[in-house]
Design a protein around this ligand. Structure first.
Ligand SMILES: *[C@@H]1O[C@H](CO)[C@@H](O)[C@H](O)[C@H]1NC(C)=O
Ligand SMILES: *[C@@H]1O[C@H](CO)[C@@H](O)[C@H](O)[C@H]1NC(C)=O
Ligand SMILES: *[C@@H]1O[C@H](CO)[C@@H](O)[C@H](O)[C@H]1NC(C)=O
Ligand SMILES: *[C@@H]1O[C@H](CO)[C@@H](O)[C@H](O)[C@H]1NC(C)=O
Ligand SMILES: *[C@@H]1O[C@H](CO)[C@@H](O)[C@H](O)[C@H]1NC(C)=O
Ligand SMILES: *[C@@H]1O[C@H](CO)[C@@H](O)[C@H](O)[C@H]1NC(C)=O
Ligand SMILES: *[C@@H]1O[C@H](CO)[C@@H](O)[C@H](O)[C@H]1NC(C)=O
Length: 317
């Protein structure tokens, strides 16, 4: 990297820091010429307004992560097992979870007993609306940067940044991580928990309709597993049970609302032509939306959360 690029980068970091200290996000957005449809400052009254909609949905006592210290109810298990046609019974689930915590530390407890949540989080979806957005520095500025599935950074740093503190995945979407990134597993069946145990130890040899990596690189100490009870809560409370179950992206966003004080959302929704695609590849079916997930309800909920200033929604290009 040339000296000039280093200097310009440092200048950017410096001005971002100063600007954020002044808590003047609008100026940053103007500086980077970033679009922000939902102007958080247009609605000074919103915070004190009747927030029934939000309060009726949010439930801070639902634990986002699996832990040896809280048990799933059989009811919740019976909901969860339908997601991907789990055949095995509740006892088997419990045995697998017990095995899981023989290998992985119960980090979730640490998070849940943190006196404070993470200060500010960027949740980065995979939409093609990130292309040419120049969001990179803005995304990397957050304490926590949550990415989803195959969402890559190499070659796309200007638009998506290069920092990943948490990567959400399921076995069929798994990728290798560096030693400082949290692997956040979203499990949809018992096999997914078994995969996590094996993929980080002896190697996994099970089958699914999609290929599954037998081994992955990740720091075992930083593994977190989403609690099926949290998935059910998102489906019940936030989507009124619409669709089969919530998309990974939507659950990631709700997770952030629970573990972060401030949530900034990037790379969700279609691009400006209305196409649904990934920023690093063209999907064949650009009308795919979110398949069996309730895409419209999810999008409307994100819009509403933005309107009510529970998150900041960067719509990209
Ligand atoms: C808040 O709004 C709901 C309907 O949206 C209404 O039923 C309720 O009475 C309102 N509460 C207050 C305190 O204004
Ligand atoms: C919130 O979640 C807890 C734990 O799952 C549950 O016991 C409680 O009934 C929920 N509260 C509401 C208002 O749904
Ligand atoms: C969870 O279940 C185990 C047995 O499966 C039991 O030993 C433990 O006490 C339960 N924990 C809670 C918090 O209910
Ligand atoms: C659960 O399934 C196992 C076989 O995988 C069986 O041995 C066990 O009896 C079943 N438990 C219950 C409670 O049905
Ligand atoms: C991200 O980019 C910055 C600036 O170019 C660099 O200092 C840092 O090492 C990069 N981080 C990663 C994880 O690649
Ligand atoms: C990764 O981090 C852990 C601590 O979380 C450490 O024990 C381990 O040596 C590190 N591995 C590498 C390859 O740096
Ligand atoms: C997006 O959609 C438009 C019209 O629907 C189409 O012409 C265009 O090729 C699509 N772009 C991409 C990148 O798929």
């Amino acid at each position: 990297m040339s000296k000039w690029r280093v200097l310009i980068f440092l200048l950017c970091v410096f001005s971002i820091t100063v600007l954020f200290k002044e808590n003047d996000q609008r100026r940053i957005l103007q500086k980077f010429n970033l679009p922000l449809d939902t102007d958080p400052f247009a609605c000074g009254k919103c915070l004190t307004e009747n927030d029934t909609w939000f309060l009726q949905r949010i439930n801070q006592s639902v634990k986002p992560f699996l832990s040896p210290n809280h048990n799933l109810s059989e009811d919740t298990f019976n909901w969860w097992k339908l997601l991907q046609k789990e055949k095995r019974n509740f006892s088997h689930y419990k045995e697998t979870v017990d095995m899981l915590f023989q290998i992985f530390p119960s980090i979730p407890d640490v998070i849940e007993s943190r006196p404070q949540k993470y200060e500010s989080c960027a949740v980065v979806g995979n939409s093609a609306n990130l292309i040419r957005s120049h969001y990179g520095p803005l995304i990397d500025f957050h304490d926590v940067v949550i990415r989803i599935n195959a969402g890559q950074t190499k070659g796309y740093e200007t638009d998506v940044g290069n920092k990943t503190t948490h990567r959400i995945m399921y076995p069929e979407s798994a990728t290798d991580l560096d030693n400082t990134t949290h692997l956040v597993l979203f499990p949809f069946k018992i096999q997914d928990l078994e995969w996590l145990i094996s993929a980080l130890t002896t190697g996994f040899s099970g089958k699914w309709y999609l290929p599954i990596k037998s081994k992955i690189k990740a720091n075992k100490n930083l593994v977190m597993v989403m609690n099926p009870a949290f998935m059910k809560y998102v489906h019940d409370a936030w989507l009124e049970n619409k669709g089969n179950y919530p998309s990974t992206g939507f659950m990631a966003l709700l997770l952030a609302l629970h573990i972060c004080d401030e949530v900034h959302v990037f790379g969700y929704g279609a691009d400006k032509d209305g196409n649904w695609s990934h920023y690093w590849e063209k999907l064949k079916d650009t009308n795919l939306k979110t398949g069996m997930h309730p895409g419209i309800e999810e999008y409307q909920t994100i819009e509403k959360l933005a309107q009510k200033m529970k998150l900041t929604f960067y719509r990209g290009l």
